[in-house]
Design a protein around this ligand. Structure first.
Ligand code: S3P
Length: 448
């Protein structure tokens, strides 16, 4: 995995406009869930369009280590023979989670209600991230944890079977915490409830229903109440994973800030819990049109046509945060190019992602020669009003794929090259990112 390989520095410079059609890889969140839920169904599921990034491969390896039969049959095509709810086996070695918080937190949920003891390890980035947010509700359900100081990896989990159903009000807007509790509830007798005051991505709910789980969602004055009744049988499925809107975000901003650009981004998941960046960019004046709206794998999907447009500063509505939480780094690049002062607050979760994304992007803005004011929960950014960035420096990625890709895109609109100290983390979520960038710069359709 990239954490063990030598850093790969790469410089990104301005060139001509971006042109052509790209197809973004499968959605990361949906890919993790497709493997996990297929692994718990009785019989054989097929998955098409799976994201074959390192994070998702960590999930596949862990599910295999717990008895699932998982095979790659072609590019993006996978076959999974599940063990049934409650059927996961004791892994014989530590589960290596690499850089992946989603793998870690969702699998901690699954294991919580199985008679399994598992050790979780991760890279330097993942080992700094808080796991207390899942340890707390899963302990209430009966699982037992020995974590490293601060509730971090490496940690040891001992599941309990049967576990105890709980009602849990999410203290942080986190789809990972919600999903961990629901997945523990899948093998728990009775009904487990999660109350979500602020809606977060709902891929777990959509897909669990598709697999035949007894799951209901109710909108109440307190928020969304998601109830799952455990010990149901999951039916194997044919899943098509739609394209990742978080990966598409890099191209949306790239085309918006590089003059003369006009691109099509095909097959983008348009689930409303994921489209906050599109909303924010449109408020800034971005030219993003939707075509071919359709449904893929139970999710709304469209092709996006994005043309260069002058951007203006906005106050980013804080209630958009959960629907664009992974897109703030690239939104900050758009804000840095806009006319005026963009204010993005209410995003304190950025501090506990693959890196502290507020500090990491502030350092990128220093390289770009863009003024900013940091806050505990966001940034205010003084945009360049369409003038190229300064560049001419090196960005530290801190093992964070989205910092690497955001800095790379900023380099396309900089007077002097922006050097990314290590592009290898890109492989966690977007292995083809550099090849796609080359294709867009050459005006070729990807793969052509
Ligand atoms: C994810 C949820 C989000 C997001 C992450 C993927 C998921 O994390 O940042 O990249 O697949 O559930 P949080 O739940 O911590 O907000």
């Amino acid at each position: 995995m990239h954490a063990q390989t030598a850093p790969r520095p790469l410089a990104f410079s301005a060139g001509g406009p971006l042109r052509g059609t790209v197809t973004v890889p499968g959605d990361k969140s949906i890919s993790h869930r497709a493997l996990m839920f297929s692994g718990l169904a009785v019989g054989e599921s097929r998955i098409e369009g799976l994201l074959e990034g390192e994070d998702v491969l960590a999930t596949a390896a862990a599910m295999r280590a717990m008895g699932c039969d998982i095979e790659r049959t072609g590019p993006g095509s996978w076959r999974v023979h599940g063990v049934g709810v409650g059927g996961l086996l004791q892994p014989q070695a530590a589960l290596e989670m690499g850089n992946s918080g989603t793998s870690t937190r969702l699998l901690m949920g699954l294991i919580a209600s199985h008679p399994i003891t598992a050790a979780f390890t991760g890279d330097a980035s993942l080992s700094k991230r808080p796991m207390g947010r899942v340890i707390e509700p899963l302990s209430r359900m009966g699982a037992d944890f020995t974590a490293s100081p601060g509730g971090r990896l490496p940690l040891m989990e001992r599941g309990l079977c049967p576990a105890v159903p709980i009602e849990y009000r999410l203290p942080v807007a986190s789809a990972q915490v919600k999903s961990a509790v629901l997945l523990a509830g899948l093998n728990t007798p009775g009904t487990t409830r999660v109350i979500e005051p602020v809606p977060t991505r709902d891929h777990s709910e959509r897909m669990l229903r598709g697999f035949g789980a007894a799951l209901s969602v109710e909108e109440t004055a307190e928020g969304r109440v998601i109830a799952i009744t455990g010990e149901a049988e999951l039916q194997p499925q044919q899943i098509v994973v739609p394209g990742d809107p978080s990966s598409a975000g890099f191209w949306m901003v790239a085309a918006s800030i590089v003059p003369g650009s006009a691109i099509t981004i095909a097959n983008v998941c348009m689930n409303p819990t994921r489209t906050g960046l599109i909303t924010a960019l449109r408020m800034m004046g971005a030219d993003i049109a939707e075509a071919n709206a359709r449904t893929v794998g139970g999710e709304p999907v469209a092709d996006l046509v994005v043309r260069h447009a002058p951007l203006r500063a906005i106050e980013v509505p804080p209630d958009l945060a959960p629907s664009m939480i992974d897109e703030y780094p690239i939104l900050f690049v758009a804000a840095a190019m806009a006319q005026g002062r963009t204010m993005a607050r209410g995003a304190e979760e950025l501090r506990v992602k693959e890196s502290d994304r507020i500090d990491a992007m502030a350092a990128v803005l220093d390289v770009l020669g863009v003024a900013y004011q940091p806050f505990e929960d966001g940034l205010a950014i003084e945009g360049r009003g369409g003038d190229r960035f300064a560049g001419g420096g090196t960005v530290t990625t801190h093992l964070d794929h989205r910092i690497a890709m955001s800095a790379a895109i900023a380099g396309l609109a900089a007077n002097a090259p922006v050097t990314v100290d290590d592009v290898s983390p890109v492989a966690t979520s977007y292995p083809d990112f550099l090849a796609t960038l080359d294709a867009l710069r050459e005006g070729r359709d990807e793969g052509a």
